[in-house]
Design a protein around this ligand. Structure first.
Ligand code: PEP
Ligand code: MN
Length: 270
C-alpha cells in the first residue's frame, strides 16, 4: 500500500486518540446509545442506563442516512441539543454522524466525535472537511471497501492536519443474506499491522442480529479491537431505526460485564 504514509504504521508506533478522558488505543472503549436520537426522554433514559452499565461514550444519530427518503431522517439540531444535555448529565462524550460538509463546523460545537458513516466513507469532500476540523473522527468502513480504500480515506483526513482518527469495522456486503452484513473481524489484526490508528468494531450493523452481538463483540476484543460500538434502546420494538439490532439496557449491561472480564483475562496473558 503506497502513498498512505501518514496512516501507515512504522515499527511499533500506535496512536492514542483522546476524547475528553476517553483514550482510544489504551484499554477498551465501549460506546453505546440509540441508533437515532428520537426524543429527550428516550435519549436521556438510554444515556443514564448505559452510563450506569459502564459505557465510556454515548452514540446517537441525528442525521440518518436512510435507504428510503420516507424513513425517519433524524432530529437534526434538536437532536444535537438533546445529545449535549446527555453529555452534561452523564459526563460521557458523544459521537454522532455528520452527513454534509455544511454541517461539520457548527455540529462540532455539540459533539465530541464526528462519525463518517459507511455510506460516506469515500465522500472525499466530507473527508477533507473533517480533516480541516479539530474534532476526532470515527471513520466507518464502507460496505464495499477494501482495507486499502479505507486507509486511503483515513489518509485524506490526516493529510488535512487532523490525526485524531479512529477506524470502525462495521461489516461488508457479501453474498450472505442471513446477516445484515458480514463482519470482517480479520480486518482488526490486519489493520493493526498496517496502521497506527485505533480500531473499533460495530457488531450491531455488522450482523444486524441481537443474538450475534455478544459473541462477535467478544471475538472482536479477542482479535485486538480497541473498542466496541453498539446500539441500545429502552424499547427496541418501538425504535424509529435499527430496533432489530438494538440491545436493551439489561442486555448491554451483561455485554459490558463480559467484555470487561475478557479484556482483563487477555491483559493477564501478556
Ligand atoms: C449508524 O451508526 O447508525 C450507521 C448508520 O452506521 P453505518 O454507517 O455503519 O451503516
Ligand atoms: Mn443504526
Amino acid at each position: 500500500m503506497n502513498d498512505i504514509g501518514l496512516v501507515t504504521r512504522k515499527s511499533s508506533d500506535r496512536s492514542v486518540v483522546a476524547v475528553a478522558n476517553v483514550r482510544f488505543g489504551e484499554g477498551l472503549v465501549i460506546i453505546a446509545g440509540p441508533c437515532s436520537v428520537e426524543s429527550e426522554e428516550q435519549t436521556m433514559e438510554i444515556a443514564r442506563a448505559v452510563k450506569a452499565a459502564g459505557a465510556n461514550m454515548i452514540r446517537g444519530g441525528v442525521f440518518k442516512p436512510r435507504t428510503s427518503p420516507y424513513a425517519f431522517q433524524g432530529l437534526g439540531l434538536k437532536g444535537l441539543k438533546i445529545l449535549k444535555k446527555a453529555r452534561e448529565e452523564t459526563g460521557l462524550p458523544v459521537v454522532s454522524e455528520v452527513l454534509d460538509t455544511r454541517d461539520v463546523s457548527w455540529m462540532s460545537e455539540y459533539v465530541d466525535v464526528l462519525q463518517i458513516g459507511a455510506r460516506n466513507m469515500q465522500n472525499f469532500s466530507l473527508l477533507k472537511e473533517v480533516g480541516k476540523s479539530r474534532k476526532p473522527v470515527l471513520l466507518k468502513r464502507g460496505m464495499y471497501s477494501t482495507l486499502s480504500e479505507w486507509l486511503n480515506c483515513a489518509e485524506y483526513i490526516l493529510k488535512e492536519g487532523n490525526s485524531q482518527v479512529v477506524l470502525c469495522e462495521r461489516g461488508i456486503r457479501t453474498f450472505e443474506t442471513y446477516t445484515r452484513n458480514t463482519l470482517d473481524l480479520s480486518a482488526v489484526p490486519a489493520l493493526k499491522e498496517l496502521t497506527h490508528l485505533p480500531v473499533i468494531v460495530d457488531p450491531a450493523h455488522g450482523t444486524g442480529k441481537i443474538s450475534l452481538i455478544l459473541p462477535m463483540s467478544l471475538a472482536a476484543v479477542a482479535a485486538g479491537a480497541d473498542g466496541i460500538i453498539v446500539e441500545v434502546h429502552n424499547d427496541p420494538a418501538a425504535a424509529l431505526s435499527d430496533g432489530d439490532q438494538s440491545l436493551t439496557p439489561a442486555q448491554f449491561s451483561a455485554l459490558h460485564r463480559k467484555l470487561s472480564s475478557l479484556k482483563a483475562f487477555l491483559e493477564g496473558l501478556n
